[in-house]
Write a protein that binds this ligand. Structure first.
Ligand SMILES: Cc1cc2nc3c(=O)[nH]c(=O)nc-3n(C[C@H](O)[C@H](O)[C@H](O)COP(=O)(O)OP(=O)(O)OC[C@H]3O[C@@H](n4cnc5c(N)ncnc54)[C@H](O)[C@@H]3O)c2cc1C
Length: 685
């Protein structure tokens, strides 16, 4: 049998190191970037930059995008993966943000139904003697009605109150002593990194954008009048060196929490216009925390809440919380032992099966690029095109909302917490013409992109192609989306309230025999490209084996990632093309060598080897586990110290101690769930 890499589309005489001649090809993109002059150069390959590149390319602008690491390697792979309005932003009075986000949620469900799926959310209600505090019940009911009326209804379902039995059917290990009833409402979920990739591939494959990862902007080019005319870009894939010059009429800075760094390249001074806020998540097996829909659980004695979300295609769930201020390194937002203890403590306060750090299989931390209040940007000309105002106006709470916000214990007062900072975005133009877009949410990326490209088109003036003022992305299907006629079924809810297409619809590659669940999961990642992903497995059934035991990612997807998704490193494959690192990092590290073997014949690596890459990946996982205070991989010695306390020997006490603290929240009780009418905590991210 030939080696695996020879299966399918790579011919057996392909020289090692040959790159596949696909249009989503890094070497070709870099050549184009050297040769052509672009209308728009986007810096940053997170969801914001990806959205801008697609919007610009779809309007007919010659577009390039560079990302210094891998696509979505910043915040856009570390979010909570919710496509939502955010009920608590209503609580903060930001009706417009929720209205816009819910509108965008609906567009995403329509334009990328394979990637974005309906997600029912449960809010359990606790009380005394079978009765929920009147204030709490009214506050939640008001919030959910407002959410539905602000746009939640677009998803086709209204929230509803459910009885105790239904709550327990969804969340069987919930403590029953104070549980009275619950609410179910509807939002959506998407794999953030794959969504970002799908937007970029749509820009490149369908609209001709030149897109490259591992390409860092190190300086900006200027003309004699001091206007920005492009960028100097360092090629920084492993083993690579050298710079290229990219010529562009408009440069867009979409670098998230790093946007002030790029502004410093432009404006010579480091403004602090973003305020990074760290959020953490842990993954645990569903057998320890069974939940068939997502849930928002109040943290007793704290103004935050945690949420529990099932990974859509497996037997694991992740738990996360709202963010807290962060002033450490932007490149290393680690999940710490305190973070893990906070999340597990909050779960253990409401669940009958106690979780310990030994249950945690994956962790991740990300930095939200919040806008610093107040805007200190006098050197720039703000350019924020207006969107149509929502019903009820902008930031003026409805009367009923105002009443709801005055409920006892509601966090309506502006505070110093990052949770109180706006999730809005801002578009600015510097004196040299660089357009910066910051803030916002995964959910609102398209709207942010539309407003940013509107500004870019105005700057291009007569150089913009005819019709470029029209934004086509509102109704633009992303690459891999099925034709509209096939979509009704795809939006169906998950099991048992469900999410995906019927397996029979998912893909039908002849001669490739796959379990329905695996096929459905593949569809949710690749949509109409599923057959192409599976094609190399015809006659090579070993490519249908999971790359990480217990996770639904196939070896064939590693080949696809290298040939068609610009994966360059083992980490790219295990952390973002698949989400193995987030779900079971120890098992993913054990699979790193095999991933390297699959990649090696496809990816050339001057001056280095994929085996080194696999070792580096495993070392990163080990460091991540150590920093979170989690047990190391089998056979890996405990680190002496990586700047954090040692994990405790049993793995349990930090989750069951009666009190724990975090720097931002102070002390909270872990012993009792949301106790009485003193608090309706923020409801989610
Ligand atoms: C914990 C957490 C949970 C969240 N949950 C949700 C949620 O559930 N729903 C939701 O809607 N939103 C959520 N968000 C918000 C959302 O994730 C972010 O708003 C979004 O991902 C930001 O994307 P971005 O592209 O602006 O930034 P990033 O994804 O960080 O992208 C910026 C990119 O710029 C690159 N870059 C930097 N400097 C350079 C340079 N010099 N040259 C080239 N490239 C460069 C970086 O490498 C990076 O990849 C969450 C955020 C956090 C932190």
């Amino acid at each position: 049998m030939p080696p695996l890499w020879q299966a399918g589309v790579v011919s057996s005489d392909a020289p090692p190191g040959a790159t596949s001649p696909t249009p989503f090809d890094r070497a070709r993109a870099l050549r184009r970037m050297t040769d052509e002059t672009f209308d728009v150069l986007v810096i940053g390959g997170g969801i914001t930059g990806a959205g801008v590149a697609l919007d610009a390319a779809a309007r007919g602008l010659r577009t390039a995008l560079v990302e210094r690491h891998d696509f979505a390697s910043g915040t856009s792979s570390a979010s909570s993966k919710l496509v939502h309005g955010g009920i608590r932003y209503l609580q903060q009075g930001d009706v417009r943000l929720v209205y816009e986000a819910l509108h965008e949620r609906q567009r995403l469900l329509r334009n990328a139904p394979h990637l974005v799926q309906l997600l029912p959310f449960l809010i359990p209600l606790f009380g005394r003697d079978g009765v929920v505090g009147a204030g709490v019940a009214r506050a939640y009911a008001t919030a959910l009605w407002l959410y539905d009326l602000t746009g939640g209804w677009r998803i086709g379902r209204w929230h509803r109150r459910v009885d105790r039995e239904e709550v327990l059917a969804h969340f069987p290990t919930l403590r029953t002593d104070r549980l009275v009833a619950g609410f179910v409402y509807f939002d959506a979920q998407a794999d953030d990194a794959r969504l970002t990739l799908a937007v970029l591939r749509t820009a490149a494959l369908d609209f001709g954008a030149a897109v490259a990862n591992y390409a860092e902007v190190v300086s900006l080019r200027r003309d004699g009048d001091g206007m920005t005319t492009g960028a100097t870009v360092r090629r920084c894939a492993p083993g690579e060196s050298g710079e290229i010059q990219i010529r562009a009429r408009v440069v867009v800075n979409a670098t998230g929490v790093w946007s002030d760094d790029v502004r410093a390249l432009d404006e010579g001074t480091h403004l602090r216009t973003t305020r990074p806020a760290k959020g953490v998540h842990v993954t645990v097996p569903a057998s320890r925390l069974p939940a068939d829909i997502a849930a928002v659980v109040p943290v007793a004695g704290d103004r935050r809440s945690i949420f529990i979300v099932p990974w859509p295609d497996g037997d694991d769930v992740y738990v996360g919380t709202t963010d807290t201020a962060w002033d450490g390194s932007l490149d290393e937002p680690a999940c710490t032992p305190d973070d893990v203890a906070y999340l597990l403590g909050a779960i253990n306060a409401v669940a009958t099966v106690p979780l310990s750090s030994a249950d945690v299989t994956g962790v991740w931390a990300g930095l939200r690029p919040l806008l610093a209040p107040p805007p200190s940007l006098s050197a720039t000309q703000p350019a924020t095109p207006a969107s149509p105002p929502p019903p009820g106006g902008t930031r003026r709470p409805l009367a009923s909302l105002a009443r709801w916000r005055r409920q006892p214990g509601l966090s309506s007062e502006p505070g110093d917490r990052t949770a109180d900072l706006s999730r809005r975005h801002r578009v600015l133009v510097s004196p040299s013409g660089v357009v910066t877009v910051t803030g916002g949410k995964l959910t609102t990326y398209r709207l942010m992109a539309e407003e940013t490209v509107d500004v870019a088109v105005r700057r291009l003036g007569t150089l913009a192609p005819p019709g470029a003022t029209h934004c086509p992305t509102r109704h633009l299907a992303l690459h891999g989306a099925p034709p509209a006629s096939a979509r009704g079924k795809l939006a169906a809810p998950r099991k048992p309230t469900g999410t995906g297409p019927e397996p029979a619809d998912a893909a039908c590659t002849p001669d490739v025999h796959l379990d329905d669940t695996v096929r459905q999961a593949l569809w949710a990642r690749h949509g109409t490209e599923t057959d192409a992903v599976l094609a190399p497995a015809i006659g090579h059934p070993e490519l249908l084996q999971p790359i990480v035991p217990g996770l639904p990612y196939l070896r064939a997807e590693v080949l696809w990632a290298a040939r068609h998704e610009m994966a360059v490193t083992v980490d790219d494959v295990l952390s973002r093309r698949t989400r193995a690192t987030l779900r079971d990092s120890r098992a993913a590290a054990a699979a790193a060598g095999e991933v390297a073997d699959l990649l090696a014949p496809i990816i050339g690596r001057p001056g280095g080897s994929l085996a080194d890459d696999a070792r580096a990946y495993a070392a990163t996982v080990d460091e991540q586990l150590a920093r979170a205070g989690l047990a190391p991989r089998a056979g890996v010695p405990e680190p002496s110290a990586i700047g954090t306390p040692e994990p405790d020997a049993t793995g349990t006490p930090e989750t069951t101690t009666p009190e724990t603290t975090t720097p931002e929240t102070g002390t909270f009780e872990t012993g009792t769930p949301g106790t009485d009418a003193t608090g309706v905590p923020e409801t989610q991210q």
